[in-house]
Design a protein around this ligand. Structure first.
Ligand SMILES: [Zn+2]
Length: 109
């Protein structure tokens, strides 16, 4: 929420890969006025600042992929509604048999 420039030693929330939790960290390194490295206040592990992003696990990654696909699908124009099931094939078959009967009748004649 703060737009202020972080300083070394500032308390910052980040994901600790060792604790596997979103925890308080100290800013230990800055790059371009952004925290580059942070130290977990719980286990004192220093790691790259992860922008408080909890890494996604494999399972949720797959879910994310699906969501991405769904997003792509959603962004595409909707296909037109399929036409109502035609009754033509049945009629055609009947016509075909009628044709056969007709031909048979012609042969008889
Ligand atoms: Zn930690």
């Amino acid at each position: 929420m703060s737009d202020r420039v972080p300083r070394l030693g500032d308390e910052i929330d980040d994901y600790c890969p060792r604790c596997r939790l979103l925890l308080n960290h100290d800013v230990t390194s800055l790059y371009n006025d952004q925290p580059a490295k942070v130290t977990c206040r719980t286990c004192h592990n220093t790691h790259d600042y992860r922008h408080a992003q909890v890494p996604t696990r494999r399972k949720s990654k797959e879910r994310e992929k699906k969501t991405l696909l769904e997003q792509v699908m959603a962004s595409m124009p909707k296909p037109p509604d399929p036409p109502p099931a035609p009754s033509a094939p049945a009629r055609k078959r009947r016509d075909l048999w009628a044709e056969v009967e007709r031909i048979k009748g012609q042969k008889k004649d």
